[in-house]
Design a protein around this ligand. Structure first.
Ligand code: FAD
Length: 405
């Protein structure tokens, strides 16, 4: 009953402990599906939440699938565009229409709300993601979205902070946040969104230290929200970071700090949720996450659970996760370890993957890109590759995606 107890049917959960929404380790072992499997919940759709008490007793998972296949009319399910050969019939029968949000030439669903006409979302919970002694503040925030507000992995949400800007005397401008959950949301009901927000700090120019009395307008607001509070949202926006349409492509994800958000969503989609997307993904995934200290690692328990599950299920798609912990790890030259050092140290593998069509994504602070580009150019030059030409080639092949802020 974990997901329901945590709030799938109730408007609030207590803030402070992310595991009160969702425990990645135990849910992972059970399929991360809450009361019933994801397929079952989606097949019952809204009825599941209205009536609630579907009891499958001691039936096996296969029996449950069979029940659904029989009880759920196949004619009411939109046809999937992807190959169905590798998908068990029962899984196809139970898939949800949310699987088809990207079944259009744009590969993203339409914008539901523009920033000048935002809609009201509600905070379900919030929790600090990093250790108490880790620098700064990064929070995982789960919002209940307005009705019919749907998004796909890799998109962002606009948040309009409350109040008036003292500079312009007008309402604050919207700020974008990468979505950290899959289209099903952390509560798996297709109606929530999760964000990973770093409270923007102000540095006192005289001391060079952060001034705790000041914070970024929107990130300060989000990092302090309480369950039940309203948040004005718009979007969803963005298609730079969507997953490749070809599920056989390898994906390489390079993140610094909160840049992990879209990749958390990718990895839940490709390695945890029981959907056709996961079933069809045959590529390999490689995540490189850079943070300052080990206490600043984001979503590590979830990623550990994914690695464990992937090993146990013997899937052909491998999952590799490398961390660059700058203040605690050293690179080959004895300097601080950054994401570009991981790329340099794995240059052979990186270029081999890109040359076979892998898709690479970069997300995080703007400052991450110059070091990465410089490192890749050095490696490419050593391999007699003309980097500017190669980079253009990757960009025009849609193999190169950057979202930095
Ligand atoms: P603001 O109030 O706008 O201030 C920003 C910074 O400006 C401050 O930190 C400070 O350094 C400086 N500053 C402003 N005013 C002053 C002043 N008076 N004195 C001194 N310094 C000042 N952020 C995330 O945390 N997570 C995400 O997943 C994420 N995804 C993004 C995705 C996209 C596509 C983009 C474009 C941005 C994303 N961001 C993300 C960044 C986010 O949109 C905001 O820019 C960020 O939260 C800061 O906004 P704020 O309102 O808190 O800060």
């Amino acid at each position: 009953m974990r997901v329901k107890k945590a709030g799938a049917g109730d408007p609030f959960v207590a803030s402070g402990d992310r595991h009160s929404f969702w425990d990645p380790a135990s849910e992972g072992m059970r399929g991360m599906d809450g009361d019933l499997s994801l397929e079952e919940r989606l097949a019952f759709g809204i009825e599941f939440h209205l009536n609630g008490d579907y009891d499958f007793g001691m039936e096996t998972e296969t029996d449950n699938f069979k029940n659904i296949s029989e009880s759920y009319s196949k004619s009411s399910i939109p046809a999937t565009t992807a190959s169905q050969n590798s998908v068990p019939e029962m899984l196809h029968a139970a898939q949800c229409w949310l699987e088809h949000l990207d079944d259009n030439p744009n590969r993203v669903p339409p914008v539901v709300a523009k920033a000048n006409k935002p809609l009201e979302a509600m905070v379900l919970g919030r929790t600090r993601l990093i250790d108490q002694n880790a620098p700064g503040d990064i929070q995982h925030i789960v919002l209940r979205l307005p009705e019919n507000f749907h998004y796909v992995e890799g998109q962002s949400l606009s948040v309009i902070p409350p109040g008036i800007s003292s500079k312009t005397n007008k309402p604050h401008k919207p700020r974008l946040y990468s979505i950290a959950s899959t289209r099903y949301g952390d509560l798996l009901d297709g109606n929530t969104v999760s964000l990973c927000v770093r409270k923007a700090e102000y540095y006192d120019p005289s001391t060079g230290l952060p001034d705790p009395t000041k914070a970024g307008v929107c990130s300060g607001f989000l990092c302090g929200v309480r369950p039940g509070q309203k948040v004005m949202v718009a979007g969803p926006v963005g298609k730079t970071m969507v997953l490749p349409s070809d599920p056989s492509k390898d994906i390489i994800m390079v993140a610094t700090g909160t840049g992990i958000a879209p990749f958390r969503s990718f990895l839940h989609r490709l390695y945890t949720e029981h959907t056709i997307a996961r079933q069809q993904f045959t590529g390999d995934a490689w995540l490189i996450l850079g943070v300052p200290t080990s206490g600043s690692l984001l979503y590590k328990p979830e990623f550990d659970a994914m690695l464990e599950i992937n090993k146990k299920t013997n899937r052909s798609s491998s999952l590799t996760i490398d961390y660059a912990i700058s203040r605690e790890m050293t690179n080959a030259q004895g300097g601080k370890m950054y994401v570009q050092d991981v790329l340099t140290e794995n240059a052979q593998r990186l270029f081999a993957k890109l040359e076979s069509g892998a898709v690479v994504y970069f997300c995080g602070l703007k400052g991450m890109m110059p070091g990465i580009l410089e490192a890749l150019e050095t490696v490419a030059t050593a391999k007699n590759i003309d980097w500017p030409t190669k980079l253009k080639e990757y960009q025009s092949n849609h193999q190169w995606h950057v979202e930095v802020y």
